[in-house]
Design a protein around this ligand. Structure first.
Ligand code: HEM
Length: 518
């Protein structure tokens, strides 16, 4: 028995030192420093799965390096802390590319036919010139979601829907709801109705449910679990795709917004089979809802749970409302231009709850900033939460929720480090639509309803269950609340939104900030 124990310990020791040696010998001196890990090749996997994006914050604080290497079995991750190096990466979008990652990911997640998969994986990185399905996707949808008449039309529809939904809710009087579930339904309906139009397949609760089941199982598809282990997600995907296929067959997208039409036309132009177009559309809903829902939840949570935040936001919003012809009219253009505390609260929500980690594939050996060798086939990772928690940028209260943080004259210094919508070639193209929706939803909610925790006091839920691919964390557990109409201040009257001006871009990223200065 004793000999067996000595044998096992001996073998483990030899294995450990062999792996350390392997790591040492295969790491080029010019590569970013490889972090010493307790179990070579495996510790980073445990750290990432247990601590999620907090893992990178811990490593930043422990080693204080601008960039470092994490070695995994068969691959290398280069993790970047320095914002200057992030800019350098973003300038190299062909050598340090995102599109090959998205192509591989979308094939796994959407389970395209062979034809569809071939179309997606052709010319992903512009290697054969212009065109290529994923390579041209951004430009194809850009006109539909950038500030201008298409975005205004989609916003107007969405605002009308939000107003109508709240009329319906107000008619219920006081009600007890699970806050996250309730917001999921409200935002889900308003978003899908405005994007898909009168034929919206997600009005069918079975299809809506299929989407959330699919989203819950997406990691099993990305990580290539066997079909039996991913069966719920696969079934939900097939159900959603069948509904969308019927929607497209009946040409109902022609009554939807420019966004759904642009996506359909882009896929058709590349010869995608209809069922694959439907699969792609179903998975695209993740971009539309997966961040907007948790961001709206945290807005509501942070504002209602602090009476001072609530009072300040309500006072600002009151100035954007006029009472006319028996109606409260809230001007979203004015909300965006004249409610700095409310806008700041939104950005602070995203700074706190963003979990985004931007990734790039290294297409060939490359010397970043003439200094760091990045090896072909490796992955560059740029965790947003690292940028969101530098004390020298955000100040001594970096870990506090300071709702006025962005409402200062020199807020540019914060915006430059704000990565909730990503940056560079993968900067979120839906950020303006999402922002208008979240602000509109929250604004009317604040003015029409009081929200009280059923437990008597607010307790902030944890957010450890967030999946590794998600960009905004939702709560681990729902919060039970009582929602009831606000009395007085004409709040009981009908409500309506206007957009007095075309949707102007507000500063949601370093890119918006530079565009505004030009
Ligand atoms: C609060 C809401 C949202 C947040 C926090 C958010 C966040 C992000 C982030 C972090 C990225 C970059 C991903 C990366 O670099 O790996 C991204 C990309 C993207 N997002 Fe969003 N997003 C939001 C809402 C939306 C909405 C509503 C849409 C659709 C209308 C959308 C469409 C996209 C698309 C298409 C991309 C890929 C880049 C491109 O081709 O434009 N997002 N988003």
């Amino acid at each position: 028995m004793e000999r067996t124990v000595y044998g096992v310990v001996g073998a483990a020791t030899v294995l450990y030192f062999s792996l350390q040696l392997l790591l040492h010998l295969t790491q080029d001196k010019r590569e970013p420093t490889a972090l010493a890990t307790s179990i070579p090749f495996l510790s980073p996997i445990f750290g990432m799965s247990k601590k999620k994006s907090k893992f990178y914050i811990e490593l930043r604080d422990k080693y204080r390096l601008p960039i470092y290497t994490l070695r995994l079995p068969g691959s290398r991750l280069y993790v970047i802390n320095s914002s200057a190096l992030i800019s350098a990466v973003q300038k190299q979008h062909r050598v340090l590319a995102f599109m090959p990652i998205i192509a591989k990911g979308s094939i796994k997640v959407s389970r395209f036919s062979k034809t569809g998969a071939k179309i997606i994986s052709t010319n992903t990185n512009g290697e054969d010139g212009e065109g290529g399905y994923v390579n041209s996707f951004h430009d194809a949808i850009h006109p539909a979601v950038s500030p201008g008449k298409n975005l205004d039309a989609m916003n107007r529809l969405m605002l009308g829907l939000v107003a109508a939904q709240f009329d319906h809710e107000a008619a219920h009087g006081n009600q007890n709801v699970k806050l996250f579930e309730w917001i999921k339904q409200q935002i889900g309906q308003a978003t899908t109705d405005s994007v898909y139009g009168p034929g919206n397949p997600f009005r069918d609760s079975a299809i809506e449910k299929a989407f959330w089941t699919f989203k819950g199982g997406m990691s099993t598809l990305i990580l290539d679990f066997p079909d039996w282990a991913a069966k719920d997600a696969i079934k939900a995907l097939d159900t959603g795709a069948a509904a969308l296929e019927d929607y497209f067959k009946a040409d109902l997208h022609r009554k939807g917004t420019a966004l759904v039409q642009a996506r359909f036309d882009h896929s058709s132009a590349h010869g995608m089979p209809l069922n694959d177009i439907a699969r792609s559309e179903f998975t695209n809903l993740v971009a539309l809802l997966a961040n907007t829902v948790p961001a709206s939840f945290w807005m509501i949570y942070h504002i209602y749970s602090d009476p001072q935040v609530l009072a300040d936001c309500r006072a600002e919003l009151a100035s954007a409302i006029i009472f006319t012809n028996g109606k409260n009219v809230i001007d979203m253009s004015q909300v965006k231009s004249s409610c700095p505390i409310f806008l700041s609260t939104f950005k602070e929500v995203l700074r706190h709850h963003s979990t985004t980690v931007a990734a790039r594939e290294v297409m060939e050996d490359f010397l970043l900033n003439d200094q760091y060798l990045l090896k072909k086939g490796s992955t560059v990772m740029m965790p947003g939460p690292v940028q969101h928690t530098f004390e020298d940028v955000w100040g001594a209260d970096v870990n506090a929720f300071n709702y006025k943080r962005f409402a200062v004259p020199d807020q540019h210094k914060f915006t430059a480090s704000f990565r909730a919508f990503g940056g560079g070639s993968t900067l979120c193209s839906g950020r303006h639509f999402a922002t208008t929706e979240i602000l509109a939803f929250t604004a009317v909610m604040l003015m029409r309803f009081d929200v009280k925790p059923a437990a008597g006091r607010w307790v902030q839920p944890t957010e450890n269950k967030v999946d590794f691919w998600e960009a905004t964390a939702g709560p681990d557990d729902d919060v039970e609340v009582e929602i009831g109409p606000v009395k007085g201040r004409n709040a009981e009257g009908a409500w309506q939104f206007t957009l007095s001006e075309s949707d102007k871009p507000i500063e949601l990223s370093a890119e918006d900030m530079l565009a505004g200065k030009q």
